[in-house]
Design a protein around this ligand. Structure first.
Ligand code: SF4
Length: 435
C-alpha cells in the first residue's frame, strides 16, 4: 500500500444564504494515496465539486469551511511552516486549515492543480494560448523560487524584492522568460497538440473544445503538481474526445506518477480511471472502497441505483433505470434527522428514520453509511408503500402503517423503486439482499 498524500478528516463546508445554512459538505472523511486515481462520484448537488474547491482553498463567500482538517503530506512544506505553526504539523503532514492563506496559496500549481469543467471560460480570450501557458509556467517558476516561510525567504537570492516590484508593476507577459515560453510549447506537445509552436500563437477561439481541454491540462501541469484535481474534465466534450482526454490523463498519470482526484457523475469514467472510489450523496461519502469492491459488491442502495442507471445496450428493453426523486435540500432546518436517502430508498426501514447511519468500519476497508451493512434486509421490514408521500402530504400523523400479515414491501411494490438494479450482481453484498 502506498503512503497517504491527502487526509481529509471531518470536513464541513457550509454556505450562509438568506434561505438558511446550506450544508454542502458534512463531516467528510477522505484518504488519498500518493500516485493513485481516487474517484468521487455522485449526482449534481451531492457536494463533489465543493469538496474539490475546499481542498484547493477556492471556496468563495458566502461559503466557508467550518470544521475539520485537510492534511497534505510534503516534508519540505512541513519543515517550512513547522516553527511558525507547530500545531498544524504532524510529521510530514500539514493541516492546510492551520496555516496562513499565503502559505496555502503557495501550494497552488506546484502541489495542487485543478482542471475545471468548462475550458472555454477558463482561458482569457484576448491572449494567445501560448502566452497564457507561458505565464502559468512563469508564475510557478517564481513560486518555486519563493520559499514558503518568511525565515527561509531571507536566504534565497533568486526572487528578490526588485523582482517582486518588477513583477507587480509591469504587465506579466512582457517579462515572461524565454524558457517559460519554450516550456509552454513543450507542455502543448506533451498533451498531444499537433504543431505546438504554431498552435501556441493562436487564440482560444481558434481551438476546438477537445484541444482547449488539452491546453487546460497543460496549464494545470505547468507547476508539475503532486495532486491534480480534475472536476468533470470531460463533461463538455463529445464521447470520442472524452475517451482521448481520459487516455491522456491516464498516460500522464503513468508517466509522472502524480495523484489524481477525479470528480465525476459518470460511472464509466470511474470504472476506466480509478483505483478507489467514494460515492457522495447529500454532502457525505456514503460508500467507499476499492473500485472492484464498490462496483462488484455495492451495499448502499444509492450506489446500487447509480450502477443500475447505467444504460444497458444489450438488455431486453435498453431502457434507463433512473433513481426516483431528487437529492434532498441541504439547508440546515430542512435536513431530516434520519438517513438522507431514506425517501428515495427502496429498502428504507424503521431504523433508517431514527438517526443518520454511520460508517460500519474504519480505515481502508470497503465501508458504507447504511444500516444494510449491519442488518439483513427483508421485505417484511420495509416501510409501507406511500410512507413518504403521505408524510409530505399530511404530516407525520397520517403515515400509513405496515400490515403485519401482509408486508407492504416498498421494494417490490410497483412504485418504480424496485427498478434499481445491480448489473454487477450483488449476491455477495453485506446486506445479503435476495432478489
Ligand atoms: S440506511 Fe436505510 S434508508 Fe438509508 S440507504 Fe440504507 S437502507 Fe436505505
Amino acid at each position: 500500500m502506498s503512503e497517504d498524500i491527502i487526509r481529509v478528516t471531518d470536513l464541513s463546508t457550509r454556505f450562509f444564504t438568506k434561505e438558511g445554512t446550506v450544508n454542502a459538505v458534512s463531516n467528510l472523511d477522505l484518504r488519498v494515496e500518493r500516485g493513485e486515481v481516487f474517484g468521487i462520484v455522485g449526482e449534481s448537488g451531492s457536494g463533489k465539486s465543493v469538496t474539490a474547491l475546499s481542498i484547493m482553498d477556492l471556496v468563495d463567500s458566502p461559503g466557508e469551511i467550518t470544521g475539520g482538517s485537510i492534511e497534505y503530506r510534503n516534508a519540505e512544506f512541513a519543515d517550512a511552516v513547522r516553527d511558525d505553526h507547530p500545531d498544524a504539523v504532524d510529521g510530514e503532514f500539514v493541516d492546510l486549515l492551520g496555516v496562513p492563506d499565503a502559505a496555502r496559496r503557495s501550494l497552488r500549481g506546484t502541489s495542487f492543480s485543478m482542471i475545471f469543467q468548462d475550458p472555454e471560460s477558463s482561458f482569457n480570450s484576448s491572449l494567445t494560448v501560448g502566452e497564457q501557458l507561458a505565464e502559468a509556467v512563469e508564475v510557478q517558476r517564481r513560486a518555486s523560487a519563493r520559499p514558503r516561510s518568511g525565515r527561509a525567504r531571507t536566504n534565497r537570492e533568486e526572487y528578490t524584492f526588485g523582482n517582486y516590484a518588477l513583477s507587480t508593476v509591469l504587465p506579466s507577459q512582457r517579462y515572461v522568460r524565454e524558457e517559460s515560453r519554450d516550456r509552454a510549447i513543450e507542455l502543448l506537445e506533451m498533451v498531444g497538440i499537433p504543431d505546438p509552436a504554431q498552435r501556441a500563437e493562436e487564440y482560444p477561439y481558434e481551438y476546438s473544445g477537445g484541444m482547449l481541454q488539452r491546453a487546460m491540462i497543460a496549464q494545470a501541469l505547468a507547476g508539475e503538481p503532486d495532486v491534480l484535481i480534475a472536476d468533470e474534465p470531460t463533461t463538455a466534450l463529445d464521447v470520442t474526445i472524452q475517451a482521448q482526454i481520459l487516455d491522456l490523463l491516464n498516460d500522464l498519470q503513468q508517466e509522472t506518477g502524480m495523484t489524481i482526484l477525479l470528480i465525476t457523475h459518470n460511472l464509466g469514467v470511474v470504472a476506466r480511471m480509478c483505483d478507489r472510489v467514494g460515492v457522495m450523496y447529500a454532502g457525505e461519502i456514503v460508500e467507499r472502497g476499492a473500485l472492484e469492491d464498490v462496483f462488484d459488491r455495492p451495499v448502499h442502495p444509492y450506489t446500487q441505483g447509480l450502477l443500475g442507471s447505467i444504460p444497458d445496450l444489450e438488455g431486453v428493453t435498453g431502457r434507463l433505470q433512473p433513481i426516483p426523486g431528487n437529492v434532498p435540500s441541504l439547508i440546515d432546518h430542512e435536513m431530516p434527522d434520519r438517513c438522507y436517502f431514506a425517501d428515495r430508498c427502496p429498502k428504507a426501514m424503521d431504523e433508517c428514520l431514527e438517526k443518520p447511519p454511520e460508517f460500519d468500519v474504519d480505515g481502508d476497508h470497503h465501508a458504507t453509511k447504511c444500516y444494510l451493512a449491519e442488518v439483513e434486509y427483508a421485505e417484511s421490514r420495509a416501510l409501507p408503500e406511500g410512507y413518504f408521500e403521505a408524510e409530505d402530504a399530511a404530516g407525520t400523523d397520517e403515515r400509513p402503517v405496515a400490515d403485519d400479515d401482509e408486508p407492504a414491501g416498498r421494494a417490490g411494490s410497483g412504485t418504480g423503486r424496485e427498478a434499481t438494479t445491480n448489473p454487477a450482481g450483488d449476491a455477495g453484498t453485506k446486506g445479503g439482499e435476495s432478489e
